[in-house]
Design a protein around this ligand. Structure first.
Ligand code: ZN
Length: 251
């Protein structure tokens, strides 16, 4: 992925280019700050941020769809352009010009694109969503509702906390027995019965196990916890952390 620096903000975009697809991972100064939101961000970002984003990027402010993210494996399909704020952690659409957005501060923003059927999806996946294999649920919907072949699907995994910074306890580790022998590859042992967890790696692994070609998966290597000038981080900033915004849009 590549970083684009503007005077007032930055964004990350994929290396792979499709003429009808846009994917943007925005820096924290285009994110949700603590001052203008409540705890857990149960409402959509305020219009100041949305208008700012639409002045910099090719998107109508009325057509940015945020989810009320609850760390679930719920994936919904959006078949119209009406404003909404669905409770879900995954959303899929075929509507051109509709931006599907993810709010995150260490969790993974994951975007899927079926280049043949022109279907996009935005997914929010932290450790809970990863343990519930939300990416697999999204792929099932692509298959059932849009007849997708997984070889046509491209994946963009955005900035999130990296394995070197994401320390978790046994309680989290225990949810990942489904990885079998592979679990040791994604959990490095730390002191005091703790582990360092590679969220990006596990999600990529699940996608590959389902049949996404590894060469179709692009992963941003930036760590939200380390890159304090660029991103909000829950682990670094605590309960008052803001949220980074990313979105995918079919042109
Ligand atoms: Zn880090």
């Amino acid at each position: 992925m590549q970083i684009v620096n503007k005077p007032d903000y930055s964004y990350i975009m994929p290396d792979r280019f499709f003429s009808d697809l846009r994917v943007f991972f925005l820096s924290k100064n285009l994110g949700i700050s603590v001052d203008n939101s409540q705890k857990d961000y149960p409402s959509p970002p305020d219009m100041n941020i949305i208008n700012k984003i639409s002045s910099y990027f090719p998107v109508n402010p009325k057509h940015i769809i945020f989810m009320n993210q609850v760390h679930s494996d719920m994936v919904i399909i959006k078949a119209d352009k009406r404003p909404s704020f669905p409770q879900a952690d995954g959303i899929i659409t075929q509507m051109k010009g509709l931006a599907l957005a993810v709010k995150s501060a260490d969790c993974l923003p994951i975007f899927l694109f079926d280049n043949k059927n022109k279907v996009i999806s935005a997914i929010h996946s932290g450790w809970r969503g990863t343990a519930l294999k939300i990416v697999k649920k999204a792929l099932k919907k692509f298959e059932q509702e849009f007849n997708s072949n997984f070889s046509d699907i491209y994946v963009f995994i955005g900035p999130a906390i990296n394995g070197s910074c994401y320390e978790i306890g046994k309680d989290v580790y225990q949810h990942f027995g489904f990885l079998g022998k592979k679990r040791a590859d994604y959990f490095n042992r730390a002191k005091n019965n703790k582990f360092y967890m590679d969220l990006k790696g596990i999600n990529a692994y699940i996608l590959e196990q389902e049949g996404i070609p590894p060469e179709n998966i692009e992963i941003c290597d930036l760590c939200t916890h380390c890159e304090s000038a660029l991103f909000h981080s829950y682990r670094r900033d605590g309960v008052n952390a803001g949220r980074n915004i990313s979105f995918i849009i079919l042109a």
